[in-house]
Design a protein around this ligand. Structure first.
Ligand code: FMN
Length: 261
């Protein structure tokens, strides 16, 4: 028998919302979701992340192309950690990949706690991935050792959105080791999403848009992403931004990797 409770129901009902009513989110609600966010587990109890809460439309425009009453940027905050270590005569390592990756992990689970809490209170939102390549030193004045980890925009939804499909559990779950799937397995797992895409491509897209994609060689959903949307040039530029952010923040991972070679 399936187990249901309000938390499971909230999780199973998740969908991304990109249009919001202009209604502001009450202060107490914002505080509640932020408090729920920081209750997430955190490596060593150090909380090497921070949330930058944005409700100023001008600042929101700088960090997000989707605008709502609220946006929350989660950042890796090794700056605060460094200050804390300095106060306690403890060394700070700026070249350790493990510290940085754990901080990303910490930041994004805390942000997701915020999102789940927000959804449980009737809010809706969407993550915006490309925050990772943005220069937050410029747009938000973050100090050294602070880099973007995630962004969500939030508000009261002003659109109807269907549940999006997910892969079947067997595609995602491996038991006691990784089982290499067959081509048929992989194709069948993505079929539902592929069929939805084809339906939209054939019945909802304008002739002009369809032609533009076909001219670029896009004939299926996978190609839509890799040739039509997240092109090689685009992803290279974004990747350069991510690495530039790390260097500019003071992380010296490449140097550490070279020493290890
Ligand atoms: C890491 C991450 C980055 C995302 N970035 C974007 C984005 O930049 N723009 C956008 O419209 N949606 C973005 N999304 C939302 C996904 O497109 C959405 O979750 C997916 O299409 C599934 O739809 P659902 O959330 O309604 O189930 C992102 C989601 C995640 C988890």
């Amino acid at each position: 028998m399936e187990t249901k409770n309000p938390v499971i129901e909230c999780l199973m009902n998740h969908r991304s919302f990109r249009k919001y009513k202009p209604d502001p989110i009450p202060k107490e609600t914002i505080e509640t979701i932020l408090r729920a966010g920081i209750r997430a587990g955190t490596a060593g109890g150090i909380q090497p992340y921070a949330f930058i809460v944005i409700d100023d439309p001008e600042i929101m425009k700088k960090v997000s192309y989707i605008h709502g009453p609220l946006a929350i940027v989660a950042v890796v905050d090794q700056y605060r950690v460094k200050r804390y270590y300095e106060l306690n005569d403890a060394p700070f390592y700026n070249d350790q990949a493990i510290n940085l990756f754990i901080s990303y992990w910490d930041a994004t689970i805390a942000l997701h706690n915020v999102v789940v809490a927000a959804e449980s209170l009737g809010l809706g939102g969407v993550y915006i991935g490309m925050i990772l390549s943005q220069d937050l030193q410029e747009s938000l004045g973050v100090p050294e050792y602070v880099v973007p980890a995630g962004l969500v925009t939030l508000g009261y939804p002003d659109e109807e959105v269907d549940l999006n499909p997910r892969l079947p559990l067997e595609a995602v779950v491996h038991r006691n080791g990784y089982r290499i799937p067959s081509d048929e397995d992989v194709a069948s797992w993505y079929r539902e999403g592929d069929e939805r895409w084809r339906d939209r491509f054939e019945n909802e897209w304008s002739e002009e848009r369809r032609k533009e994609f076909l001219d670029h060689g896009v004939t299926n959903r996978a190609q839509h992403w890799t040739i039509g949307h997240y092109t090689e040039e685009f992803t290279r530029n974004e990747s350069a931004g991510v690495l530039r952010n790390l260097r500019k923040a003071g992380f010296r991972l490449a140097e550490a990797a070279e020493q290890d070679d």
